[in-house]
Write a new protein. Structure first.
Length: 428
């Protein structure tokens, strides 16, 4: 069997039918914005490998931080032990995070950080004697990961609710905030969507531990951008019902939307925030759930006396070293200019797609560019074209989108936007 044949027969890929996995590119090297196929074909990674590789692949400062850590200590348990990589990363995070969020729980992946955030919310409520507050509210169109509890707050239609009918706990879904980012904010609560939230809080407030959502940008649920005023209002309304707010910033954190965190568009601080993806600059799986002193101390007063979670590989030193190096690059680099330039160029170069017959919408925010089609897009077309166009795109549902590394050059970005417009126009 060739390596590709072995892969097709034995290895599971994301959201794939093992009996019919479809074509694969065999990548054996990645550097900067480029992925190199084993046969030498090279493609710009317009996806930043699922939105993580913000500084490009194999960044020398990140890999050397990981290498020196590897020489010293790949891993030790975090129970009763601590280490410099965890402390250094913690310091960097506290410096960067919105004021008030300074208690950090390290975990292995984005989905786990969502599980952790939901457990924190429930334990916090229990500590305050609110023993019935263990349900969650969210908005439609969200995506929060593939593990069990995270899945229960993903969009009920595009998520896996249909498939796992009856097996998932029932949560409370509000309509997706219909006022888009950039549109005028109507004060009428029937028009701005807050009426539904007020009604839910009045009916179920006593049962809600938290409202969990992706602030401003919904990623895998449809690349949808909504008005931050919804979040500002929701903050005040949830406070009145002792409902915590969890921001899932796994996709939006660390500059992707043009602000360091999407929460900054709204100018509010959630009670709990989930971070992942770009945290290690795409070098190794890692995530964190961060909260305030008030929530953390509240949990400490619960019946258990401690927060009941502790992954085996918690605060893995290699991942912490990668995270520190990635955040140092952000802190010392020019990401704001880079992201603003990417945004400007995409606005200009994706605009022509708006006139194409199959296109429903074109939208850009920060280093996120989206061409939304009227019909769902077959990802295998983009897959087949990639070695030819030199651009790796992986559309989903009706969206042809890119989230390039911040270091992408204007010329490389031009190739990405051309490939997107060509794909939208069906020019094969
Ligand atoms: C990717 C993502 C997750 C899940 O993260 P994993 O690391 O894949 O488990 C959760 N929430 C959002 C918003 C994401 O984009």
């Amino acid at each position: 069997m060739t390596p590709l044949e072995f892969d097709a027969h034995h290895l599971w890929h994301p959201y794939t039918n093992v009996a019919d996995p479809g074509a694969m590119h065999l990548i054996d090297r990645a550097e900067g914005v480029y992925l190199y196929r084993e046969d030498g074909a090279k493609m710009i990674d317009a996806m930043s490998s699922w939105w993580c590789a913000i500084h490009g692949h194999k960044h020398p400062e990140i890999t050397s931080a990981m290498q020196s850590q590897l020489e010293k200590m790949p891993h030790v348990m975090f129970g009763g032990l601590t280490h410099h990589p965890a402390i250094d990363l913690g310091r960097r995070m506290v410096d960067m995070l919105p004021e008030g969020l300074d208690r950090i729980f390290y975990c292995d992946s984005g989905s786990v950080s969502v599980e952790v955030s939901m457990k924190m919310a429930v334990q916090y409520q229990m500590a305050h004697g609110r023993t019935r507050k263990f349900e969650f509210a969210t908005i439609r169109g969200g995506y929060h990961g593939d593990t069990w509890k995270a899945m229960s707050v993903c969009d009920p239609v595009t998520g896996m609710h249909g498939l796992f009918r009856g097996a998932l706990s029932i949560q409370h879904f509000l309509p997706r905030p219909q006022v888009r980012l950039g549109d005028d904010w109507p004060e009428d609560p029937a028009l701005n969507g807050l009426e539904a939230l007020e009604r839910l809080l009045a009916d179920k407030g006593n049962h809600l531990a938290a409202l969990i959502l992706e602030p401003v940008v919904q990623g895998a649920g449809g690349m949808y951008f909504y008005h931050p005023q919804w979040l500002r209002a929701a903050r005040a309304m949830c406070d009145a019902y002792d409902v915590l707010i969890i921001f899932d910033e796994i996709a939006t954190g660390f500059g992707r939307t043009g602000k360091l965190f999407a929460a900054d568009h709204a100018g509010i601080t959630p009670d709990i925030m989930c971070l992942g993806k770009a945290l290690t600059g795409g070098h190794i799986s890692f995530a964190a759930t961060v909260t305030s002193k008030q929530v953390a101390y509240g949990i400490g007063n619960s019946e258990a006396g401690v927060f009941m979670h502790g992954p085996t590989y918690m605060a893995n030193p290699l991942a912490c070293a990668a995270g520190s190096a990635s955040l140092r690059l952000l802190a010392e680099g020019d990401w704001q200019r880079q992201v603003a330039d990417i945004e400007d160029q995409m606005r200009t170069e994706l605009e022509p797609a708006r006139g194409l017959p199959g296109v429903a919408d074109v939208r850009v925010l920060g280093a996120i560019g989206v061409v939304e089609m009227k019909e769902s897009v077959d990802p295998s077309v983009a897959h087949r074209l990639a070695p030819e166009t030199g651009v790796w795109l992986r559309p989903f549902a009706r969206n042809i989108y890119c989230m390039p590394p911040y270091i992408v050059s204007p010329d490389e970005l031009g190739r990405i936007t051309s490939a997107m417009v060509a794909l939208a126009g069906g020019q094969q």
